[in-house]
Design a protein around this ligand. Structure first.
Ligand code: GLP
Length: 251
């Protein structure tokens, strides 16, 4: 696991975008595993800039997203499919038919999860982008007693509902469950890139980097993957900088 220091959000977004862009340039028909949340928004802005300036071509790129709330339709402005259109897909030359997100409007969880796993089997990600929840969740793989392997429906924890309430008109509007790629789906990616910023992420980043690998801290499993890069800003690295500065590299 490589941990790269960024001085602030902007620097984190630029450094992480450069890593993702390198994959697109090297393999024009690559599969990008994408994430939602506020953290990757700046990175997506950088990718859009790369496209506008003629440096990046997404015409053959395919994407698989990590997760989606259950019960929201694609036109709900809180759905992750809407988020992806707003923050990336509508602003680059990607073919919408090449973008894949679990269908939160499908009430048949078993069928939806099986459909998504078959899709992931057919197109494993060349690079999987991740944010991280304050409790260490990746995608919506919440702290649990065991690592969930495949795509599954998950009941969101109170910590996640509280953290995501800022995006909804009222906390009661936050969906109680989601479909998420499982840990195996994430770990199958050839490369993994996790972004984190802000002081709220400092404790969890330290735990992920130095604590035990356990399902109670879902992101800790990333230490078992051979090619993981974390790009985090100085605030998110605050705890690690005190306890284990040698783990942090400048580039
Ligand atoms: C949501 C998403 C995660 C994301 C997390 C952190 O719960 N399912 O994929 O990493 O939020 O969000 P933020 O980047 O806003 O802190």
């Amino acid at each position: 696991m490589k941990i790269i220091y960024a001085k602030d959000y902007d620097d984190m977004s630029k450094k992480a975008a450069a890593l993702l862009a390198a994959v697109v340039t090297a393999k024009p028909d690559c599969v990008l595993g994408l994430a939602t949340g506020s953290t990757p928004v700046g990175l997506y802005r950088e990718l859009i800039r790369g496209y506008e300036e003629g440096r990046l071509d997404f015409s053959r790129v395919r994407t698989v997203n990590l997760d989606e709330y259950c019960g929201l339709t694609a036109d709900s402005d809180q759905s992750y499919v809407y988020f992806m259109r707003e923050n990336l897909f509508d602003h680059i030359n990607i073919d919408p038919a090449n973008t894949h997100i679990p269908n939160g409007a499908n009430p048949d969880a078993a069928a939806e999860c099986a459909r998504y796993d078959a899709l992931l089997d057919a197109m494993p990600a060349d690079i999987q982008l991740l944010g991280i929840g304050n409790n260490g969740h990746i995608g919506f793989n919440e702290p649990a007693d065991s690592f969930a392997v495949g795509t599954h429906q998950v009941m969101l924890t109170k910590s996640t509902i509280d953290a995501n309430a800022r995006f909804f008109a009222k906390p009661e509007d936050v969906p109680r469950s989601a479909y998420t790629m499982g840990i195996a789906g994430i770990m199958r990616a050839k490369k993994i890139l996790l972004v984190a910023n802000g002081v709220n992420k400092a404790e969890i980043i330290e735990k992920v980097a130095t604590g035990p690998v356990c399902p109670q801290v879902p992101a800790s499993v990333l230490r078992l993957h051979p090619d993981v890069t974390i790009v985090a800003d100085s605030s998110a690295l605050g705890c690690l900088q005190k306890s284990c500065p040698a783990l942090i590299s400048e580039e």
